[in-house]
Design a protein around this ligand. Structure first.
Ligand code: ADP
Ligand code: MG
Length: 614
């Protein structure tokens, strides 16, 4: 046994250290700083917010508000631990009406950054205070408009351990933007602009109706899908917006829930939402939703977690059933007789929202006919090959093994099957072909899809897909997170044949598109890629993001191949069939489509003969 290293007397920690310890809980990453600053601005009655981010929030997070401001005394006081204007000693912790109340955000942030607060109670003269690593550097008079500007620079500069846990700039930016989105949707009259690296990524105005607000924050597809509802059950009032299944995701990224105006992440509420949708959504899929819950503040405990994103309900069961019932009624699953509002999914075409959108119908709203193409993040890896079905006489049909020079193959090296002669097309979907061994049925779409997929993979590996310049390059206003994804992915997109250039803030211009798309509208596949990357931005760090992109490219090749391949129901000429069969015989894994389904079946000659009793 070694002696304990240091035996010291029990004593109180110095404030600086306390604040740094608290910062570990409150200021987990740049996005958490922004959240605290936003809460403070809203608590100060601000309705106009300007956010600026640099370097993924590590270099700078600046928030300017038009709230009530602070005078000189308050400006000094707010930096003290447990200093708050939001609670009195008689106040009930179970009836908190403000977003903040703990009085620890500013001192915590100040302990791990260079913090500057400029504030004025009236326009004209104000004060500016500066803190570095928790130490007061100065307080002086400064000209200022009414309101407060908080600047957090060099976050975590004195906490290397924290810095190490930060993810890539783009990932932190995505988290920051997500926080800003959450607050931009939290109040219908809030003006908010958000800049990252000098570019305006998002802006909402007080004059916007809610749908336009959603359009600015979440993009057009969701804006057009959301339908309003409201509902009261007992003490619980619920209102908000729910999407149809067409914009659902495999994550809750587009679920925004506010309890008494406070954004919360709550499993119970999420489950109630899913419960309300029932089978309208496939399992594991989540809608887009913006939900406002109002109930007696005494029914909610917000003092559960330092970051205040969790709440505890006094009667969770009642809240669950109220939300579930509200949603189920709104989406048309509730008892019709009781329902006074029109169900979301039955409804007549909504009046076209007034959107600051491109005049043409948004291309990404084009109906997606191809389930493969919309599948989010299909595996990039080659699908496992199915087992060979043995050529049992009773089975009558066998699937050819895709192994190169497979043992079923009597023909030349490198072929998967013997040379075939096409006879006809069956149902305009299958090629009937004759070989020595029997009658072959070939799924024309599956076979062609495999060919194209392999070609695409080879071309991509050799440098990139051919892009075709667009005759009339169109611009597109991307939703904030997609814009971030587009920015990040540009070089990779270019390898895929998409030349997407920034054209103003969140507007991009598509100069070229993969030649293989031909006449097809390139925006749906492009937005599909961006939408999927969007989901990954927050979870991936630098390397992980790279992997995620590769996975997406892989899954995108599947969907491209699927789109480009000849469809079932399309007529083929005999020479075209012959060419397909020849190519198929020598292409890697040619007997299977890229998803692993068989593309060729054999009915053996001896089986045919046996059937005819020969
Ligand atoms: P809390 O929000 O829990 O009170 P903070 O450390 O976040 O604690 O803020 C401390 C105090 O500083 C607040 O109670 C408020 O009085 C004041 N304050 C902070 N930010 C602002 C702001 N943007 N405008 C006006 N007052 C502010
Ligand atoms: Mg606060």
């Amino acid at each position: 046994m070694t002696a304990p290293p240091n035996i010291r007397r029990v004593k109180l920690l110095p404030d600086e250290l306390i604040n740094r310890i608290a910062a570990g809980e409150v200021v987990e990453r740049p996005a958490a700083v922004l959240k605290e600053l936003l809460e403070n601005s809203l608590d100060a009655g601000a309705d106009r917010l300007e956010i600026e981010i640099e370097g993924g929030g590590q270099r700078l997070i600046r928030l300017r508000d038009n709230g009530r401001g602070m005078d000189e005394d308050d400006l000094l006081m707010c930096l003290e631990r447990h200093a708050t204007s939001k609670l009195d000693q008689d106040d009930d912790l179970l009836a908190i009406a403000t977003l903040g109340f703990r009085g620890e955000a500013l001192p915590s942030i100040g302990a791990v950054s260079r913090l500057t607060i400029t504030s004025a109670v009236d326009s004209g003269q104000g004060h500016v205070v500066t803190l570095a690593g928790g130490r007061l550097e100065g307080l002086k008079e400064a000209p200022a408009n009414r309101g407060t500007t908080v600047e957090v620079g060099r976050l975590f500069y004195n906490v290397p351990a924290r810095r190490k846990f930060l993810k890539s700039t783009v990932t932190e930016s995505a988290h920051l933007l997500d926080v800003a989105r959450t607050y931009a949707l939290s109040r219908p009259d809030l003006r908010l602009t958000y800049r990252d690296g000098g570019r305006e990524m998002m802006s909402v105005e007080s004059r916007h109706d809610f749908r336009t607000r959603v359009y600015r924050v979440l993009g057009q597809a969701i804006a057009e899908s959301l339908q309003p509802f409201d509902h009261q059950e007992g003490q619980v009032k619920i209102s908000g917006w729910l999407s149809g299944p067409e914009v659902s995701l495999r994550s809750t990224a587009n679920v925004f829930i506010y309890v008494l105006g406070r954004p919360v992440k709550d499993r119970l509420l999420n489950r109630a939402l899913a419960d309300g949708y029932g089978r309208i959504l496939p399992p594991g899929q989540w809608p887009a939703a913006v939900l406002f819950l109002d109930l007696d503040p005494a029914e909610v405990d917000v003092n559960v977690h330092p970051a205040k994103t969790e709440v505890r309900f006094r009667q969770p069961g009642a809240v669950f059933s109220a939300l579930s019932a509200a949603v189920s009624r709104a989406v048309g699953r509730g008892p019709a007789a009781v329902s006074r509002q029109r169900p979301v999914f039955d409804f007549q075409p909504a009046p076209a929202p007034v959107l600051a959108a491109p005049a043409a119908p948004p291309p990404w709203l084009a109906p997606e006919s191809d389930p493969e193409a919309t599948a989010e993040l299909a595996e990039p890896a080659e699908p496992a090959e199915p087992e060979l079905e043995t050529a049992e006489p009773t089975a009558a049909i066998s699937t050819l093994r895709a192994a190169p020079a497979g043992e079923l193959d009597s023909a030349a090296e490198g072929r998967h099957f013997e040379p075939l002669r096409p006879l006809a097309q069956l149902y305009q979907s299958y090629i009937l072909a004759e070989g020595e061994r029997g009658l072959y049925l070939i799924d024309q779409h599956a076979a062609h899809e495999r060919l194209i997929f392999n070609q695409l993979k080879a071309t991509l590996a050799a440098g990139g897909l051919l892009g075709q310049a667009r005759l009339f390059p169109e611009t597109m206003d991307l939703p904030p997170l997609s814009a971030l994804a587009a920015e990040k992915m540009r070089p990779r997109l270019e390898q895929l044949g998409f030349d997407l250039e920034p054209f103003g803030e969140r507007t991009f211009i598509l100069k070229s598109a993969p030649a293989i798309l031909g006449q097809e509208d390139p925006w749906p596949p492009l937005l599909e890629i961006l939408g999927s990357v969007e989901g990954r931005l927050k979870s991936a760090d630098g390397a992980g993001l790279g992997e995620a992109l590769e996975a997406l490219v892989g899954s995108w090749l599947y969907s491209l191949a699927c789109r480009a391949a000849i469809k079932a129901g399309e007529k083929m000429t005999l020479p075209a069939m012959a060419r397909l069969l020849d190519d198929m015989a020598v292409t890697d894994k040619g007997a299977y489509c890229p998803h692993g389904r068989p593309a060729i079946q054999l009915i053996e000659r001896r089986i045919i003969e046996k059937r005819f009793d020969r």
